[in-house]
Write a protein that binds this ligand. Structure first.
Ligand code: SF4
Length: 239
């Protein structure tokens, strides 16, 4: 009989989790972090610009950049028509101003004479998403932020925390592309739970399931394939 050495054993191939399992993960996260309440801000262009400003920047700096931009140019057509150097100057606290200012202006030019995205509240979700994705430099996460935070529509932004935690929990394959992770999350998570999953997975990623995870403190470890594999490796593979 051939025996497999511990080092030759591999993790099980990924299988899409059942609805029951997704519910169990939601419940456990809920016990840890509560049920966050989404209060849609009804300002999709604000959300779009804020999300662009927040890429690769912490929330505090992007918030400062956004507030400075709005103070200097109260209307979006004023931002669009201003000299690019002035927009750059306003958003400098958020960093990468030279790239972001022209990008924001290009997007605003695409949004019509009076920049407007209010129609995304009632348009079919697929149509709104496709339109947002057609804007220069707008990806799945940014589009989902606009739809979820402006209107409470069921799209789910997958950021770096959700990508890491969701992959470890087996919500999608651990090495899934961001695009695939978005698709899997949309397929798995009931519409009513999208905001809760988004916030609680981020919270979990920031506090416990960090890049170096604190599995010993984690209430999800019994249902975590990543932990099971780790446990298996640690118990059978000598250091
Ligand atoms: S058990 Fe570890 S890897 Fe799994 S979710 Fe918890 S912290 Fe993350």
């Amino acid at each position: 009989m051939t025996t497999t050495s511990p080092k030759q054993r591999e993790s099980k191939p990924w299988r899409r989790p059942t609805a029951r399992r997704v519910r169990a993960i939601r419940e456990r996260l809920r016990e840890m972090y509560g049920v966050p309440v989404n209060r849609p801000n009804r300002r999709p262009i604000d959300e779009l610009v804020l999300t662009i400003l927040s890429q690769h920047t912490n929330d505090r700096n992007s918030g400062r950049a956004f507030a400075a931009l709005k103070e200097r140019f109260p209307e979006w057509d004023e931002v669009r028509d201003a000299p690019v150097a002035e927009v750059e100057d306003a958003i400098r606290p958020g960093g990468l101003a030279q790239q972001r200012a022209p990008r924001i202006q290009t997007i605003l030019r695409e949004l019509g004479e009076e920049p407007n995205l209010d129609w995304t509240e009632t348009a079919p979700l697929e149509e709104s998403r496709a339109y947002l994705l057609s804007l220069p430099g707008v990806g799945r996460k940014t589009a989902a932020c606009v739809l979820l935070f402006s209107w409470g529509l069921p799209d789910i932004p997958v950021d770096v925390h959700i990508h890491r935690v969701g992959g470890r929990l087996g919500l999608f394959p651990e090495k899934a592309s961001l695009e695939r992770a978005h698709d899997e999350m949309l397929a798995l998570v009931p519409s009513a739970d999208v905001y809760e999953f988004h916030l609680n997975l981020i919270q979990h990623g920031r506090t416990i399931c960090r890049p170096k995870p604190r599995c010993g403190e984690c209430e999800l470890r019994r249902m975590c394939p990543w932990y099971r594999d780790l446990d298996h490796r640690e118990s059978v593979v000598p250091d």
